[in-house]
Unconditional design. Structure first.
Length: 278
């Protein structure tokens, strides 16, 4: 059976600026059966103000927000390694860019997908740059209104760029009672497009499984080597054992949902012959 749900292991910034951790996380995603891994690319001086970057922030990289943000960013050498390593393992990779410079940087790699982060949904200049590439794009819809989503969709349609929406809640970690998974159906009905799910819940993947039963076309889940590692996204991520179970159960959902075509199965024939006497 063809896998219907495209599953992405979101590494994001959980590599903590260490390429060896990034490679271990790629291994985790590959061994768990993910279709792809995803990173985040930022030009920090474009994304954050000087005031924010110069503000105090204690981290393993230093005492300012600037040092912390710089410590989490990969540059060309690291992305060259990621590109080569993913090709070797035969797993796809892509990244969400948070600014135009980062999106132009990603163009040097032969990537099949793009991603619009929820925070960037209203950055129409960036959306146009992404859409003009005409690569299949995952558009996250956290902290967004239906009107904002509609405007973003219009940009991709005007550029004849394939896309799908991703229902998500942008809080880290997300409270389960705020998942509102019925929005997957709402978005499907309103915009007549594929809709996936991006999860940030703690120590759980139940929302991913329910999303699959609701017809999610893709699932993205943050992954980590250990939730005890420093970093804002680590606690809302799945470790390898959880990721393996999630992928397994999503594939089981695909199998039990079937294709919707009513048929008499071979296993039913003996029963039918025995019980249907009229």
């Amino acid at each position: 059976m063809t896998n219907l749900v495209f599953i992405t292991g979101e590494i994001g910034i959980n590599h903590n600026g260490d390429i060896s951790i990034a490679k271990q996380l790629i291994d985790v995603a590959k061994n768990s059966g993910c279709n792809a891994v995803k990173f985040q690319k930022r030009t920090i001086d474009k994304v954050y103000s000087k005031e924010i970057l110069d503000s105090p922030r204690e981290s393993i990289w230093g005492t300012t927000t600037r040092e912390q943000k710089l410590g989490l960013e990969f540059e060309k050498n690291e992305y060259d390694e990621i590109d080569s390593y993913c090709k070797k393992l035969e797993i796809e990779w892509f990244a969400s860019s948070w600014d135009i410079e980062s999106q132009l940087f990603l163009r040097q790699y032969d990537l099949s997908h793009n991603k619009i982060a929820s925070a960037m949904l209203t950055n129409h200049e960036l959306l146009n740059v992404v859409a003009e590439e005409k690569k299949h794009t995952f558009i996250a819809t956290g902290m967004s209104t239906m009107e904002e989503i509609s405007k973003a969709i219009k940009i991709f349609k005007n550029n004849d760029c394939p896309f799908e929406l991703m229902h998500t809640n942008s809080s880290y970690p997300m409270k389960l009672e705020e998942a509102n998974l019925k929005c997957i159906t709402t978005l499907q009905n309103e915009f007549h497009c594929d809709v996936g799910y991006s999860g940030h819940e703690v120590n759980s993947y139940i929302c991913c499984i329910i999303s699959a039963t609701l017809g999610a076309s893709s699932i993205e889940r943050h992954i980590t080597l250990s939730r005890a590692l420093p970093g804002s996204d680590q606690s809302a991520s799945l470790e390898q054992s959880g990721l393996e179970r999630m992928v397994r159960d999503v594939r089981r959902v695909e199998s039990v949902l079937g294709d919707g075509i009513k048929r008499i199965w071979d296993s039913e024939v003996p029963v039918m012959k025995k019980l249907r006497t009229f």
